[in-house]
Write a protein that binds this ligand. Structure first.
Ligand code: WTA
Length: 565
């Protein structure tokens, strides 16, 4: 237990300044994340250390040192600048987990851009809402995904540059330009654009119950939280081989799949391939992974494939396991101890918080099923949903945080009203229900809204419903989360059909595929229930919560109380 110290001691003496000091944060001067993650290590003579070990679907492998990272991020930064992208403009990253995703993320930050990563499985509608809202200026993508961009280009006047990173032998179209970091002339120096801790850095879109997805805007100063939480909670040390399984299209993949580990100067692994239990174990065995940050859905899938499969591999290098994104059930924690000899340490946070806020801090006894305690430096509580005053110990209320930690989001892009509504009575309200036990551990109860958490990914019902009514057969619809053994929740849609359409398998399949293509495989309903009409309030609003309660076998109670929701 070298880095991490005792939880109680840390809590007493904690000061974010300690992390700033370790990072060598200047009073005045440049606070660019990209410099701290890359160039700083090179300047300290550690440029030869391996930063990234990357493996593709077919098992092909590439390795990059911090010095390589420096050159490749310089090349992207220089290219953005050549194209005329200005600091503060949005640069979207839309590709699989290929090395270019990591280089363009840091290259975009290096030249002062606001980086907007989007999950590559997003379809046209998911893409357009987010690119329109952010008035994105440039997008970095691949041949495989550029077709989706082409189809919506007419509606995106701000999107001036489409960089295709694998354009060899590919006929480029309007606004497209090829950029191959392996062929680009080396850019030996690229001074990181000067920013302050309050300068915007990353824009992550996240789903809400109503309205379009919201862009949570982060700043360069988020580094301070991401650096220290990585160091202490993930316990990353100099010789670790770290694997974060998350895709940078989601916040875990940037806070803990780029900024956290590289600001700590660690070697990290990336596997650009879908889930497979044996594949994952082989990958960790081959690269002697030591620290592993993953998600409950993946753990449940591994659990389903059994302990025997684990034992066929040599995973003796693993020394610390952590998880995030959805409730980690007690059985999964107990199983991991049996299978790996190590418990998964649950951590809780959100796109908006930018870093872990509740965690099973190393060294603190793990209570299986609990999210642990507030990270030192985070003041948390559970408050009453009505008056936002702390509730009594053991009572369920809303998780709340005192604003002011470095990686707190600074805005919802173009949506000040919703941002302001998240702050009540001096607290930031997370929107999740939980209780605190007699030892100060937090226990998750559920979300306080209708957002569906499927396999650790948030999907907004409104986005699904808006897409559903564009299908020729759909008159009205409601999307809710339905319980699922592995994914915790999957999307279920209730659909009333237009006259002339039959509620049969073909209609169901056609609607499912329609959503998969328009939004993403995650948003696709796994089940469609055809109904003559949907339950509504007197004012005509669909009673989504009533449909959800039915799926979960919960008491609905007096429906008149749902009228105002
Ligand atoms: C949920 C992901 C239970 C929660 C980093 C939160 C969790 C939302 C946990 C944020 C956990 C995250 N236990 N639920 N340990 N961690 N959640 O913004 O509902 O994609 O508000 O950020 O996931 O999801 P987001």
């Amino acid at each position: 237990m070298s880095n991490i110290g005792s939880y109680e001691e840390r809590r007493k003496s904690f000061d974010w300044k300690e992390a700033e000091r370790e990072l060598g944060y200047p009073e005045n001067g440049n606070h660019n994340i990209a410099w701290y993650c890359v160039d700083r290590h090179c300047e300290k003579g550690r440029g030869g250390k391996t930063a990234l070990i990357w493996e593709g679907h077919a098992g092909e492998e590439k390795r990059f040192t911090f010095d390589d990272l420096r050159l490749h991020t310089n090349a992207f930064a220089a290219r953005f600048r050549e194209l005329g992208v200005e600091p503060g403009e949005r640069i979207c990253l839309f590709m699989d987990k290929i090395p270019e995703l990591y280089f363009s993320f840091l290259g975009g930050l290096k030249m002062g851009g606001i980086v907007q990563p989007l999950f590559s499985a997003f379809g046209e509608d998911s893409l357009i809402t987010r690119l329109e809202d952010a008035e994105t200026r440039a997008i970095v993508t691949t041949k495989k995904h550029v077709r989706k961009v082409r189809r919506i280009l007419d509606r995106l006047p701000h999107l001036q540059h489409i960089l295709v990173v694998d354009a060899d032998g590919f006929a480029l179209k309007d606004r497209e330009t090829a950029f191959d970091y392996e062929k680009a002339p080396p850019v030996e120096t690229f001074p990181a654009h000067a920013v302050t801790p309050e300068s915007p850095s990353v824009l992550h879109y996240t789903s809400g119950t109503t309205g379009k997805p919201k862009g949570a805007l982060h700043v360069h100063g988020s580094l301070v939280s991401q650096y220290i939480t990585t160091k202490w909670v993930l316990d990353l040390q100099d010789d670790d081989i770290y694997w974060c399984t998350a895709d940078p299209g989601w916040v875990t993949g940037t806070s803990y799949g780029i900024i956290g580990p590289w600001s700590n100067g660690c070697t990290q692994l990336v596997l650009d391939s879908g889930f497979g239990s044996a594949r994952w174990y082989e990958f960790m065995q081959k690269h002697r992974a030591t620290v592993w940050y993953s998600a409950p859905t993946a753990i449940r899938l591994l659990m389903r494939d059994g302990t025997e499969l684990v034992q066929k591999h040599d995973l003796s290098s693993l020394r610390h396991l952590a998880s995030v994104g959805e409730p980690l059930n007690a059985e999964a924690v107990v199983w991991s101890k049996e299978a790996f000899g190590k418990e998964f340490h649950d951590t809780y946070w959100q796109t908006e918080t930018g870093c872990m806020v509740l965690c099973n801090y190393p060294g603190l006894p793990v209570k299986p099923g609990s999210m642990g305690k507030p990270f030192p430096g985070i003041e948390a509580g559970v408050v009453d949903p009505k008056n936002h005053e702390p509730v009594k110990q053991g009572t369920v209320g809303l998780i709340a945080l005192r604003p002011g930690w470095p990686s707190m989001f600074r805005a919802y892009w173009n949506n000040e009203k919703t941002y302001n509504e998240k702050f009540q009575n001096g607290w930031y309200i997370c929107g999740d229900r939980a209780s605190i036990d007699e030892d100060g551990y937090y226990w998750f109860v559920g979300r306080d809204d209708d957002v569906i958490n499927t396999g650790g990914h948030l999907v907004g019902p409104f986005e699904i419903e808006s897409a559903l009514i564009e299908h020729e057969a759909v008159a009205e619809s409601a999307a809710v989360g339905k319980p699922d053994k592995v994914n915790m929740e999957v999307v279920k849609a209730f659909v009333a059909l237009k006259p002339g359409f039959e509620p049969n398998d073909d209609t169901e399949l056609s609607i499912m595929n329609f959503i998969r293509k328009k939004l993403s495989p995650l948003a696709m309903p796994q089940e469609i229930e055809f109904v003559p009409s949907l339950p509504k309030t007197r004012s005509g609003k669909i009673l989504r919560r009533m449909l959800r309660a039915k799926e979960w076998g919960e008491e609905i109670g007096d429906t008149s109380t749902l009228e105002d929701d």
